[in-house]
Design a protein around this ligand. Structure first.
Ligand code: TYD
Length: 135
C-alpha cells in the first residue's frame, strides 16, 4: 500500500429542503467490509490523535462535524488532507502512518473500520513502522 491508495471518497448525499442525509454501505461506498465504528469528540484545542499505522486495518475517516487535518505517510512520502464535510471521507489503507490535528471546536471524527479492535494490529513506533516498510 502507498499514498496513491490513500484517497478521498465522496459519499452519497440525499439533499432535501428539510436537511441532508448521507449513508455508507459496506463494500459499496467503501472498499472494505465494515466491522467497527468509533468516533473522536470533545478533542481539546491543540490535541493530536493518531500517531500510528495499522498492519491490516482499512479505515474511512469523516469529519461528521467541524474540521480537522489528517497527515498520512507511507514511509516514503507524506501528504495532508483537510476534512470538513460530512459527505467526504478519507480512505486510509493498511501500512499508512496517520496523524490527526487542528481539530476545530466541537468537531467529531467518525471512523469506519474493517475489523474489531486489536492492539497487535498497530505500529505505534514510527521507526518500527519505517523498518517494516523498508523491508
Ligand atoms: P487510538 O487508536 O490510539 O486512538 P487515536 O488514534 O484516535 O488517537 O486508541 C486510543 C485508546 O483507545 C487505546 O488505548 C486503544 C483504545 N481503543 C479501543 O479500546 N477500541 C477502539 O476501537 C479504538 C479505536 C481504540
Amino acid at each position: 500500500m502507498s499514498l496513491a491508495d490513500c484517497r478521498t471518497i465522496e459519499l452519497p448525499v440525499v439533499a432535501e429542503p428539510r436537511g441532508n442525509l448521507t449513508f455508507v454501505e459496506s463494500e459499496r461506498h467503501i472498499p472494505f467490509p465494515l466491522r467497527r465504528v468509533y468516533y473522536l469528540y470533545d478533542v481539546p484545542s491543540g490535541a493530536e490523535r493518531g500517531g500510528h499505522a495499522h498492519k491490516q486495518l482499512h479505515q474511512l475517516l469523516i469529519a461528521i462535524s467541524g474540521a480537522f487535518d489528517v497527515h498520512v505517510d507511507d514511509g516514503r512520502e507524506r501528504r495532508s488532507h483537510h476534512l470538513n464535510r460530512p459527505h467526504k471521507g478519507l480512505y486510509i489503507p493498511p501500512m499508512v502512518w496517520r496523524e490527526i490535528d487542528n481539530f476545530s471546536g466541537g468537531s467529531v471524527c467518525l471512523a469506519l473500520v474493517s475489523d474489531f479492535y486489536e492492539e497487535d494490529d498497530y505500529f505505534r513506533d514510527y521507526a518500527e513502522f519505517k523498518t517494516s516498510v523498508d523491508g
